[in-house]
Design a protein around this ligand. Structure first.
Ligand SMILES: C[S@@+](CC[C@H](N)C(=O)[O-])C[C@H]1O[C@@H](n2cnc3c(N)ncnc32)[C@H](O)[C@@H]1O
Length: 176
């Protein structure tokens, strides 16, 4: 799939800022598969992994058969971390003002797909593993989104139930 960056990029909003990106990239990566979902337009997709889990759609992670052996043991996991490449996002915004937030914030304080390296992550529930196809609940990406990596989710190491995002708490408190 060819990346379409500027063509599909929404207009910059008031309060947002863009930069000139470096003239070259520093590393290459391999797409290890594609994520198949019912969504072809951004507005149809769940806003985040929590909404995806609440909606409950079962999506299919299609792993390139060359990596079949790398999946050994994955079927024993209840939850996985998926890393994927938001191939239809622009990459040059450093301050973003999503419509649902009150003010602009730095890209690295946001989970927006718009970032210099448009890498997204979600913790998904593994419903079924069959060969190189994994059925999962919890992705929020468009159909055909390239898959970068799969890792087991270790609740013992990864869960930090009392973690906070100050600006988000402040906005929610102001809305209440
Ligand atoms: C806010 S991001 C969160 C992604 C990931 N769960 C994370 O936290 O890193 C999810 C949104 O990205 C947009 N999106 C999904 N797939 C995309 C793609 N392939 N390219 C660009 N934008 C995409 C959709 O609007 C979706 O609601």
């Amino acid at each position: 799939m060819t990346e379409k960056l500027s063509e599909s990029a929404p207009e910059i909003r008031p309060g947002e800022a863009s930069i000139a990106l470096p003239s070259h990239t520093d590393a290459g990566l391999y797409f290890i598969g594609r994520i198949r979902t019912p969504w072809t337009e951004r507005r149809q997709a769940p806003k985040n992994a929590r909404e995806a889990r609440e909606r409950g759609d079962i999506c299919t992670v299609e792993v390139d058969p060359r990596y079949e052996k790398a999946l050994a043991g994955v079927e024993t996991c209840s939850h996985l971390i998926l890393l994927y490449w938001m191939d239809r996002a622009r990459r040059d915004l450093v301050v973003q003002a999503p419509a649902h937030y009150k003010e602009g914030r730095g890209t690295f304080a946001l989970r927006s797909p718009v970032r210099p390296n448009p890498i997204a992550m979600s913790v998904v529930k593994l419903v079924k593993a069959e060969g190189t196809k994994l059925q999962v609940v919890g992705v929020d990406c468009l159909d055909g989104t390239p898959l970068l990596d799969i890792k087991p989710y270790f609740a013992s190491a990864d869960a930090i139930p009392d973690a906070t995002v100050g600006w988000h708490q402040k906005e929610r408190a102001a809305d209440a």
